[in-house]
Design a protein around this ligand. Structure first.
Ligand code: DAT
Ligand code: MG
Length: 149
């Protein structure tokens, strides 16, 4: 099954929205395969956001993601990457559709609550960063025949 890496960012943690947001992905039918509460260090943040190094918002992005504990999760399912991105909504919350996580809970691009991998390749890279040395569990739910055809 396809996997995606989800981060519940510091603003969602501080606002007490972590499990509300995780519930949306769980309710969608995606299967939780890994879960960690962690404090992101500078080096981990720079590695995760390497593609944005040199951009004007990079320093703010790194300081935001390291400003509070976060939750890292692996979700899996059919088209998990695109399904999660769709539930998350556009990068800028004011451009995200109502009904998406960012469209329902956010107002500013620098406080957009959640990260979701943008491709299978990114997911594999990011799962490697956040779950190195930590188990990702292989399991199936008995109800999945009602979610996965
Ligand atoms: P996404 O998180 O939707 O995958 P991205 O990978 O392009 O978006 O950027 C990573 C994060 O960087 C994004 O969640 C918020 C921040 N960001 C992106 N573009 C920005 C911009 N123009 N100004 C400020 N922050 C930005
Ligand atoms: Mg991205």
């Amino acid at each position: 099954m396809e996997q995606t890496l989800i981060l519940i960012k510091p603003d969602a943690m501080q606002r007490g929205l972590a499990f509300e947001i995780l519930s949306r992905l769980e309710n969608r039918g995606l299967r939780l395969a890994g879960l960690r509460l962690l404090q992101v260090e500078q080096s981990m943040a720079e590695k995760h956001y390497a593609e944005h190094e040199g951009k004007p918002f990079f320093a703010g992005l790194v300081s935001y993601i390291t400003s509070s504990p976060i939750i890292a999760a692996v979700f899996e399912g059919t088209n998990a990457v695109s399904a999660a991105r769709q539930s998350i909504g556009s990068t800028n919350p004011t451009e995200a559709s109502p009904g998406t996580i960012r469209g329902d809970f956010g107002l500013e691009i620098g406080r957009n609550l959640i990260h979701g991998s943008d491709s299978v390749e990114s997911a594999n890279r990011e799962i490697g960063i956040f779950f190195e040395g930590h188990p990702v569990i292989q399991w199936e739910k008995d109800t999945e025949k009602w979610v996965f055809e």
